[in-house]
Design a protein. Structure first.
Length: 262
């Protein structure tokens, strides 16, 4: 598995500033890689006692069987990871509430490019950082994969998100979270976060819910937000070129519509 170097946070200490309600059922925050994993994880961490947060490991399929304690129904925990759909993962998550976070595949290509070109990501793709590739070439590698080194956009979204649809999971779009974090004072944000946090079993949002979300969503606390990535900062735009958008649609036809982006 690739090595990820992330800036540490102090949210466990900040958690003690708030009165917490015990988690009554296990909850797993699943996500497609580079879809706001730290954002949703850090928000939820501000509403669950630290003692009920599973910090031992970021759970993925190769190490799933070593971390089944995260999903015990008699010892509820909040856990997180990138867990693709399979018989083993479906069995392990039986009786566990699950959220699956996705992102617009167009912006996902940019986020994955930014991450792979940083020193926060260390794997079998270090040669992409040597300046011998154009950004457009790397975009295409993010879309179609790198032979024997990295899966394609279609494979990642298929196994980490699409295959979970219709199984009782709660689908969350990264862009919706960001929008309501930025408009936290609105009534729409209150309704949104009431629904987002509903798997925690809270009878109602605590009075200080806005403050907790502001603390949890602080980009300084995210180890993989773009400004906290280690290494050289590449001039990557905020919008994918039109031809690469067409390539995304070619590589994964119907994906954006299925996830609610059309």
């Amino acid at each position: 598995m690739p090595r990820i170097i992330a800036k540490p946070d102090n949210l466990n200490e900040l958690n003690s500033n708030y009165e917490q309600v015990a988690l009554q059922a296990p909850l797993f925050l699943n996500s497609v890689p580079k879809c706001g994993t730290h954002l949703i994880k850090n928000i939820f961490r501000m509403f669950v006692p630290v003692s009920q947060q599973y910090h031992k490991e970021f759970i993925q399929i190769p190490i799933l069987k070593q971390h089944l304690d995260a999903f015990k129904t008699d010892e509820p925990k909040l856990s997180w990871g990138h867990l693709l759909f399979s018989d083993d993962s479906a069995y392990a998550l039986n009786g566990v509430k699950q959220i699956v976070v996705v992102r617009d595949p167009y912006s996902w290509v940019l986020a994955r490019t930014r991450f792979f070109l940083s020193d926060s990501f260390q794997g079998d793709l270090e040669h992409l950082k040597n300046g011998n590739f154009s950004l457009e070439q790397i975009y295409n590698m993010m879309i179609f994969g790198v032979y024997q080194r990295a899966p394609s956009l279609n494979e990642i979204f298929t196994h980490n998100a699409v295959s979970w649809l219709g199984t009782g999971i709660q689908l969350v779009r990264y862009e919706d979270m960001v929008h309501h974090v930025k408009n936290i004072k609105s009534e729409a944000a209150e309704q949104y976060f009431s629904e987002l946090l509903s798997p925690l079993g809270l009878s109602q949002l605590p009075k200080d819910w806005r403050e907790r979300i502001k603390v949890g969503s602080d980009r300084k606390q995210s180890g993989t937000s773009r400004e906290n990535l280690y290494g050289k900062k590449y001039d990557i735009p905020d919008e994918l070129p039109e031809i690469q958008k067409q390539l995304v649609d070619y590589a994964a036809p119907g994906l954006r519509k299925l996830l609610g982006y059309e």
